[in-house]
Design a protein around this ligand. Sequence first.
Ligand code: ADE
Length: 243
Amino acid sequence: MRIDIVTLFPEMVEAVLNTSILGRAREKGLVTFRVVNLRDYATDKHRTTDDVPYGGGGGMVMKIEPIARALDALTAEADAHGEQKPRIILTDPRGRLFTQELARELAKENHLILICGHYEGVDDRVRQHLVTDVVSIGDYVLTGGELPALVIADALTRLQEGVLGDEEAPEKDSFAEPILEYPHYTRPVEFRGWRVPDILLCGHHAQIARWRRQQSLRLTRDLRPDLFNRLTLSAEDRKLLEE
Ligand code: ADE
């Protein structure tokens, strides 16, 4: 999969893409990231990417021309290689909410372009005419679209084949089934009097699996009743919850 990120802050984006699991996936060629500096597509000598809003009011608005030129360059290249048209995503707090379901959908694409919005907003003709999707990572407002683009890139990368080891396989995630992960523990077995649950020390794999399922069900019921109500419980699940 290829993910292009169009941004005014390429150093910030590169730093995250080169770190930890994303950096390793990139090095191994399991995902191709390209960070595009929007300023390189500005048309004037000051390399302007924003301007004052029509109609007045405070703040600046991102101009359409540099974004259009950047997208033209990225899509022309994909066209020349006979690739499918990429999904073009604008990060915006008004967009479709980014969930694990949307992550799974987008992770199947060959090529995505993420545009990081900034300032008071982006000339709305970008949303109307140039992008295929508008995505929000949650109902709060950030200073820019770089963190949302990186959140999306991270969630999609870990779903690519070979990025995670077998033990961390994405099928085991919270939200693969809409249920929360069971609690994890590692050494020491006791810290400040707080002990690891004995069942995890007994070596009985079937009992441990049963306990983990029970913990997942209880946590989901208690912490995320909205998810719990969407679960289809088996007879065994109901028994675990009654214990
Ligand atoms: N830009 C600013 N806030 C955002 C959010 N919550 N999601 C996506 N893009 C944003």
